[in-house]
Write a protein that binds this ligand. Structure first.
Ligand code: DMJ
Length: 599
């Protein structure tokens, strides 16, 4: 492009240098050419200039400018040396407030210019990731319970290895593997989802088998249709966590390779990604079932944590830019009663339907707001504002009290309440709990109480098998009960146990460990089969009908949260780690977010 302009300019400067051309003829042709070339170069300059003045010129600039030129601009007057300083966190958690006020100055230094250093990262953690003694509790009964959970993990893993190795999930009744169509031809979802669980449990032989499989057999050159959300939370999240915990560079290169393959999903008029992407061709489209080609809030809103870490590791802001663009749009768009509906058009950037839910289709969007704030070491103020704003709207419009006194979150359909809560929505007890401390001072206790009430309601739904249904209702005389046959199944989901784990860490109320143990016993009684664990079709029947599926999130989340529940708090301490929505731990790094987006 540049050469085509430069060549005629040379020609005009030195016409006589052209061999075999008479002076007069040359003069005539020269003047014609001169006018033509002048016109042409004017046109080209105009077009080229116009590209840079388009509203979202960042992407275009990226095409024309070198990578270094696209790095964020350094603000303030920090020296070059300052810019290269490693990102530091205070060693003393008490001094966190001080660190927050120091942040503005640190940020003035701009983006880190050195490649990511694992050694420096480890030095920034406040505590050792596995604690003093791998989180082993002093109390013998708790330790026994923890050992039981570890045994369940080993049992699930061994059976997966025997009958489904390399496939996505184990079918424990038929003793074979399941591939499914969520991961676009990627394999080994249970392996990727298990890496960090095996590692923190000290199941090292199993962990090494998993690591070797990733090294030798995880093929990222697949050509199928993948859910952007599922690949992100399980594969990207799983590989990131494995890297941060172990420092194995192989995980880092794999996750970088995979991250790049997800980028074309964002090539839409608004930058809101579509739900499905072909990992080979990069073509993307919306789910057939999503109304009017829309994208789903819980899907495009559950990328932030992983994508910010992809930027951190690669030192390439593109991933953070993609998720910041989503946030920008969500911030700007008008929200009915302050609520975020579940469906948004990636073409117009408008809501498509006014259905709001803290359960399926909405859930982890809210989770990622508060976790983005926490993961940035409390520097990402926008995420904080959006989270507490959303929570206020949820409290004003969705939070209800049942006649029997149970607090629950209803769903909202264009202003009409559906008095139903999904199992998925039960993560919100934990979410509100971890966000309580950073709310307005007069609201902190209230948030903690609300978190405890929601967790209590979800525990109430776990009856009589002591496992809970997919959805439960509070109308028609029901109190946290599935009134429809089709809502009675339990597929080894983690959300209720997830909330027990957070509430335990926050309050140390022994009831959460008791409730967790109830769940362990119920899983053993109703879901354990000869060759693994299986979901069940009816939580109200004491005779189990199994669904023949050991979900990968059982290994990644359910068993991990149970293990953490019975461990000391110094195993993956919350001062240093946030869990992505698939329970993969990602580190809190001071300035992680702001190093690419200074305030
Ligand atoms: C997991 O994949 C994640 O927790 C996700 O956010 C919701 N669904 C499953 C577990 O139920």
């Amino acid at each position: 492009f540049f050469l085509n302009i430069a060549q005629p300019m040379l020609f005009l400067r030195e016409p006589s240098a052209l061999p075999g051309v008479s002076a007069s003829g040359m003069g005539l042709r020269l003047s014609q050419k001169f006018v033509f070339l002048l016109f042409l170069s004017g046109l080209v300059t105009l077009c080229f200039g116009a590209l840079f003045f388009l509203p979202d010129s960042v992407r275009l600039k990226r095409i024309f400018l070198s990578k270094t030129e696209t790095q964020p601009v350094t603000v303030g007057s920090g020296s070059e040396n300052d810019a290269r300083e490693p990102l530091k966190r205070p060693k003393d958690p008490e001094s966190r407030t001080e660190s927050a006020s120091a942040k503005a100055t640190s940020f003035a230094r701009g983006a880190p210019s050195e490649p990511f250093s694992y050694g420096k990262f480890k030095g920034c953690l406040l505590k050792p990731p596995l604690g003093r003694d791998s989180g082993r509790p002093a109390d013998p009964e708790t330790n026994e319970r923890r050992e039981k959970v570890k045994e369940m993990m080993k049992f699930s893993w061994d059976n997966y290895k025997s009958y489904a190795w390399g496939k996505n999930e184990l079918r424990p009744l038929t003793r074979n593997g399941h591939i499914g169509n969520m991961f676009g031809g990627l394999r080994g979802a249970s392996i990727i989802d298990s890496l960090d669980t095996l590692y923190i449990m000290g199941l090292m032989e199993e962990y090494n088998d998993a690591k070797e499989w990733v090294q030798t057999s995880l093929d990222l050159n697949s050509n199928g249709e993948a859910s952007l959300f599922e690949v992100n939370i399980r594969y990207v999240g799983g590989l990131l966590a494995a890297y941060y915990l172990t420092g194995e560079e192989m995980y880092k290169s794999k996750v970088m390779e995979l991250g790049e393959k997800l980028l074309p999903a964002f090539n839409t008029p608004t930058g809101i990604p579509r739900g499905v992407i072909n990992l080979g061709s990069g073509t993307s489209w919306s789910w057939g079932w999503a109304s009017a080609g829309s994208s789903i809030l819980a899907e495009f809103g559950t990328l932030h944590l992983e994508f910010v870490h992809l930027s951190e590791l690669s030192r390439n802001p593109i991933y953070t830019e993609k998720v910041m663009n989503i946030r920008k749009l969500l911030n700007k768009i008008e929200k009915p009663h302050g609520l975020y509906p579940n469906f948004l058009s990636p073409v117009s950037g408008n809501w498509v339907q006014h259905h709001v839910s803290i359960g399926g289709l909405g859930d982890s969007f809210y989770e990622y707001l508060i976790k983005s704030y926490l993961m940035s070491d409390k520097t990402d103020e926008d995420a904080k504002k959006m989270y507490y704003g959303a929570l206020e709207a949820i409290e004003a419009n969705l939070v209800q009290k049942s006649p029997g006194g149970l607090t629950y979150m209803a769903e909202w359909r264009g202003g009409i309440l559906d008095h139903k809560m999904g199992h998925l929505a039960c993560f919100s007890g934990g979410m509100i709990g971890i966000g309580a401390d950073d709310g307005a001072p007069e609201k902190r206790q209230h948030f903690l109480d609300l978190a405890a009430e929601i967790t209590h309601t979800c525990h109430e739904s776990y009856t009589p098998t002591k496992l809970g249904p997919e959805a439960f209702r509070f109308d028609g005389g029901g109190e946290a009960t599935a009134t429809r046959l089709s809502d009675r199944y339990y597929i080894l989901r983690p959300e209720v146990i997830e909330s027990y784990m957070y509430m335990w860490r926050l309050t140390h109320d022994p009831k959460y460990r008791e409730w967790g143990w109830e769940a362990v016993e119920a899983l053993e009684q109703h879901c354990r089969v000869e060759s693994g664990f299986s979901g069940i079709r009816d939580v109200y029947s004491m005779t189990a009908s199994h669904d023949n599926m050991q979900q990968s999130f059982f290994l990644s989340e359910t068993l991990k949260y149970l293990y953490l529940l019975f461990s000391d708090d110094d195993l993956l301490p919350l001062e240093d780690w946030v869990f992505n929505t698939e329970a993969h731990p990602l580190p809190i790094i001071q300035h992680l977010f702001l190093s690419f987006f200074p305030p």
